[in-house]
Design a protein around this ligand. Structure first.
Ligand SMILES: Nc1nc2c(ncn2[C@@H]2O[C@H](COP(=O)(O)OP(=O)(O)OP(=O)(O)O)[C@@H](O)[C@H]2O)c(=O)[nH]1
Ligand SMILES: [Zn+2]
Length: 336
């Protein structure tokens, strides 16, 4: 899979300073050589729950990290009290290079509801076929965020007992996106979890979806109760069976090395940060056609070279059409 770190991202660049040039010679010992590796499971107002070996450790970011935030899925280095005991607090002193980054621009009216997940391999976009009605533009926006961030998307369509999937599936045929369709019965007899699980083994999968699509029911079916309790003290704080913070929550799968990252239900998905050049990597059949594009082409403008190139027969016009549809969702519209 391609590394997200190759693409320009200020945060990631800042994280790899040239140590040789800036450090005095006398500091031979690397700083924090006793630091231990961990993974961020959830974030709640500056407190990060991290998995260190088999313990959950509360931590906060060290001041030296500056403005760079650690997010769910980040691989971090920690120092301090790593016992994981109540009222202890460790310090995160390093954030590892990210292989992917799913993000949502904050919206004016909703500045905190942000999905930020690092190092996920894939994005499961959960949508109901009815109740609530599918919102293709929201799905498209999630797809754009996945392509932009270096995640492979797939669709999970729930509630097929209420409406058939064909009409929605038609929209995604040319994009070649894998999908699973599940109904109510399968959700409760384990059939849905089994089918979704075939996508998950050994991978880190972030789940996103509009509120009410059945994402929580599905995640609960995927991750056994005792595994869900790994972030026990987070739940203890809210006193509920699931987290109510605005952060995502990483949950280990029983088998293999897989992780499920549950995210709060979204109503919209801000895409201001998206770089069309990164999105087009997900369209390797079209990418060569961008060679003659003007500088910083959005690939969704009259001067874009893709139209002529596709007209010459180098690629399927339906693919260009799908790409344009996705890119056009970057413009915010009423109801997004
Ligand atoms: N008919 C039908 N109902 C379902 C299906 N999947 C989930 N539901 C129901 O849909 C409702 C919403 O499910 P949740 O799992 O709470 O939805 P959610 O996406 O997590 O929503 P938030 O918690 O708001 O983010 C529940 O009453 C579920 O029982 C399905 O396949 N068919
Ligand atoms: Zn172009």
């Amino acid at each position: 899979m391609r590394r997200y770190g190759k693409h320009t991202d200020e945060d990631d660049i800042r994280q790899r300073p040239n140590r040789k040039g800036t450090r005095p010679r006398t500091t031979i010992r690397p700083k924090h050589e006793d630091a231990v590796e961990g993974m961020v499971l959830t974030v709640d107002r500056g407190r990060l729950t991290c998995l260190v070996e088999d313990r959950t450790v509360m931590a906060m970011k060290a001041r030296e990290l500056g403005r760079k935030a650690a997010v769910v899925g980040d691989r971090v280095s920690l120092v301090g009290d790593l016992s994981g005991e109540k009222d202890t607090l460790a310090r995160i002193v390093r954030i590892g290079e990210r292989e992917s980054l799913l993000r949502r621009t904050a919206d004016d009216d909703d500045p905190y509801e942000r999905v930020v997940v690092a190092n996920a391999d894939q994005l499961a976009i959960v949508t109901a076929l009815a109740d609530p009605e599918p919102r293709p533009r929201l799905i498209d926006r999630c797809l754009v965020a996945a392509y932009d961030g270096g995640l492979e998307p797939f669709l999970v369509m729930t509630k097929s007992d209420l409406a058939p999937p064909e009409q929605l599936l038609e929209l995604y045929g040319d994009l070649d996106i894998p999908y699973v369709v599940v109904n109510r019965e399968e959700l409760y007899d384990g059939g849905a979890a089994d089918r979704v699980r075939t996508f998950l083994d050994g991978r880190v999968t972030a789940f996103v979806g509009h509120s009410g699509v059945g994402k929580t029911t599905l995640v609960n079916a995927l991750v056994p109760e005792e595994k869900r309790r790994i972030t026990g003290h987070v739940n203890a704080v809210t006193g509920r069976g699931r987290h109510t913070t605005t952060s995502a929550l990483a949950l280990p799968l029983e088998a293999a090395e897989g992780w499920v990252i549950d995210t709060p239900g979204v109503r919209s998905f801000g895409l201001h940060h998206v770089d069309p050049a990164r999105v087009i990597h997900a369209f390797p059949d079209l990418e060569p056609g961008t060679e003659n594009c003007p500088r910083a082409c959005s690939h969704d403008e009259p001067e874009c070279a893709l139209d002529a190139w596709v007209a010459e027969g180098h690629a399927d016009p339906a693919r260009l059409f799908s790409l344009r549809r996705l890119l056009s969702t970057r413009e915010r519209r009423e109801g997004d």
